[in-house]
Design a protein around this ligand. Structure first.
Ligand SMILES: NC(=O)c1ccc[n+]([C@@H]2O[C@H](COP(=O)([O-])OP(=O)(O)OC[C@H]3O[C@@H](n4cnc5c(N)ncnc54)[C@H](O)[C@@H]3O)[C@@H](O)[C@H]2O)c1
Length: 273
């Protein structure tokens, strides 16, 4: 089983995935190319881990790295950077040159083809999609997406790792958005269309879905939680890869992202925080 896990990208998901791994007693190397972001991640994770001090959890298990070569010591590296294919491809290539040949390389992409990304890795047989949901501290599901060359042993190792995290998995074929986002993000996009068309206001749309469809969270509140930029990136992948206009991102969603209103992470989206 893995001892040291590398995470590339210390944003919303990278920090949360680091936290769940530390709570399961894995050692973490958290890398980001943006040192400001890394400092923010350090503050966030330290304060969260403080709550677990009585369980013997210490933040000594995590190393905040601005030097990617530290991934050399990892058994598993999870790529968790911005949902942009070019950025991911470049980084996967870079990581592939550093890690040991037996190290598993995984991507937390929400929607980008794992087969296409595998072309940027040195060793596609050890590359796999491993899609955590937000927030992984609460949502105990990951999607596992093998590429056409992924070794069956790697899939089994990842299943064992997921069990160690006390999480469940589903295996998905490598289609855009996989299972969860194929259904979820177009639904969020439709909620934004409903808002744009004047069907109702933000609070009422969320209330309607919470009470009328028994959703734990309204779709617009959820969009703020995910990040409106990430929702937009996923819609762009769906429309491009399926070549189907039904996935066209709503103008209002594009407007919010253009204005830098990305949801909770920037303090404003459909709601103010
Ligand atoms: N936000 C969600 O709800 C959610 C849920 C599941 C999966 N994901 C996926 O997780 C990934 C990360 O999403 P996020 O919401 O954490 O994004 P984010 O914008 O919060 O964080 C992205 C991080 O990547 C870093 N980064 C960018 N380029 C880099 C590079 N070349 N090298 C190192 N670091 C780099 C940025 O500095 C930033 O810290 C995406 O693929 C996204 O689709 C997101």
């Amino acid at each position: 089983m893995f001892q040291t896990i590398g995470i590339a990208g210390s944003g919303l998901m990278g920090t949360a995935i680091a936290e769940v791994n530390i709570l399961s007693k894995f050692n973490i190397i958290l890398f980001d190319s943006n040192s400001e972001q890394l400092n923010k991640a350090q503050k966030k994770i330290s304060s969260r881990l403080n709550k677990h001090k009585q369980d013997g959890i210490k933040d000594g298990r995590i190393n905040y790295a601005s030097d990617i070569s530290l991934f050399k010591s990892c058994n598993l590296v999870i790529e968790c950077v911005t949902e942009d294919e070019k950025i991911k491809a470049r980084l996967l290539d870079q990581i592939g040159r550093i890690i040991h040949k037996h190290t598993i390389l995984a991507s937390n992409t929400s929607s980008i083809s794992i087969n296409r990304l595998s072309n940027s890795t040195k060793n596609p047989t050890n590359f796999i999609g491993l899609h955590f949901m937000n927030p992984p501290q609460i949502i105990k599901l990951v999607e596992i997406i093998p590429n056409s060359k992924t070794d069956i042993q790697i899939v089994d190792n990842i299943k064992d790792y997921v069990a160690k995290l006390n999480m469940q998995f589903v295996i998905s074929d490598d289609q855009p958005g996989f299972i969860v986002n194929r259904v979820l993000i177009p639904m969020i996009n439709e909620a934004v269309h409903a808002l744009e068309s004047g069907l109702s206001d933000v609070q009422s749309i969320d209330k309607a879905l919470k009470l009328g469809a028994n959703f734990p969270m309204g779709p617009l509140q959820l969009a703020d939680f995910i990040g409106l930029d990430t929702c937009l990136y996923i819609m762009q992948i769906l429309i491009k890869d399926f070549e189907n206009p039904k996935y066209k991102p709503c103008h209002l969603l594009e407007d919010y992202v253009r204005q830098g209103k990305l949801g909770r992470k920037t303090g404003e989206g459909f709601y103010k925080y």
